[in-house]
Design a protein around this ligand. Structure first.
Ligand SMILES: Nc1nc2c([nH]c(=O)n2[C@@H]2O[C@H](COP(=O)(O)OP(=O)(O)OP(=O)(O)O)[C@@H](O)[C@H]2O)c(=O)[nH]1
Ligand SMILES: [Mg+2]
Length: 315
């Protein structure tokens, strides 16, 4: 059987305070009826994703999109069709959304999204909605007071909400001590902290997740931590990306986008190949390697979640 290919545009409409997202319930008499979804629908042959989305949101919710940005693209095989979900984050719109087709519509706090039943293809979209555009990776820092001051500044002034504690030079005791302090600072600012290291570290520090090195990623054969925590991993190519998907990673970094002073010998991926890799990743991907905040919009435009960086946030 040749499967139908269906291109769908859908919207994660985010409230002005960024804390809630709008979801709708599919009527019980249609495909995947009764499940919740991000409003949207199938593109007409002549439409681009954003054009189709504008029409669908008008038809389904009575709102007009003012400002939207690509969020994530998911290819998913249903038994009867191959579906491309082209998801946009809508930051600004006109009108008061309501279910014009009689469907239930609800503003839901980000952290409660996981309680709603969605179609099988939607899990990575939920992750993408919950994740910010910027992922701070901490710098190797010998001095603890300097470490605290730098992290505090990034949380306060750069509004960082996702942090990976990377400290290869520290032994475990020193790492845990630093992690406890970093966790307190992150909690104070509503940021999530991932520990770069062995999954077992979470039993010692109750952080929000684990970031795996690509080497560790390739050794594992199942997800090493609970679904309640974030699992991210470093990847550099197609093989590692596939492994991350099999393992059930929530998101990854893909590097090096550009050549960096720390790894001058490694060939950069470049935006063209990066886009191709991200298209099939099936999860949020942060561009890493010579990235700054000024690259975030371009990263989004080619399908990434955003950028990850050490240097741009560490000053
Ligand atoms: N809109 C939307 N569709 C989704 C999501 N997740 C997901 O798997 N889908 C699937 O993508 C397809 C979207 O089609 P749709 O039924 O919304 O299409 P539509 O608005 O054009 O409706 P129509 O075909 O009745 O005119 C369905 O097969 C649906 O199950 C989602 O979050 N939002
Ligand atoms: Mg629809």
């Amino acid at each position: 059987m040749v499967k139908r290919r269906v291109h769908v545009a859908a919207a994660a409409i985010v409230s002005a305070d960024q804390k809630k997202v709008l979801i709708a319930r599919r009527p019980s008499n249609v495909d995947q009826g009764g499940l919740w979804e991000f409003p949207g629908g199938k593109l007409a042959p002549y439409e681009t994703g954003l054009e189709g989305l504008k029409r669908e949101l008008h038809e389904e919710l009575g709102v007009e999109i003012i400002r939207a940005q690509p969020l994530i693209r998911i290819h998913h095989e249903y038994p009867d069709k191959h579906i491309l979900l082209d998801v946009w984050q809508v930051h600004e719109f006109a009108g008061e959304p309501f279910g014009r087709e009689g469907q239930a519509v609800r503003w839901v706090p980000m952290e409660e999204l996981v309680k709603y039943p969605f179609p099988a293809a939607n899990l990575p979209i939920l992750r993408a909605v919950m994740l910010p555009t910027e992922y701070l990776i901490t710098s190797e820092e010998a001095d603890e007071a300097r470490f605290d001051a730098f992290l505090e500044r990034a949380l306060k002034e750069d509004n960082i909400r996702l942090v990976q504690l990377r400290a290869k030079a520290l032994d475990e005791a020193a790492y845990i001590e630093r992690a406890e302090r970093a966790l307190r600072m992150c909690r104070e600012h509503g940021a999530s902290l991932l520990l770069n290291g062995e999954p077992g570290l979470l039993e010692k520090v109750d952080a929000d997740g684990i970031h795996l090195t690509s080497e560790r990623l390739m050794q594992l054969d199942r997800r090493p931590i609970s679904e309640q925590k974030w699992l991210s991993a470093s990847t550099h190519d197609q093989i590692q990306l596939s492994k991350a998907a099999v393992l059930g990673c929530d998101f990854v970094t893909l590097s090096p986008l550009r050549t960096t002073p720390s790894h001058p010998e490694v060939a950069p991926i470049g935006w063209h190949d990066f886009q191709q890799l991200v298209e099939r990743a099936g999860m949020p991907v942060f561009a890493l390697g010579g990235m700054t905040r000024f690259d975030a919009n371009h990263a989004r435009a080619v399908g990434a979640q955003g950028i990850a960086s050490i240097r741009d946030f560490w000053k």
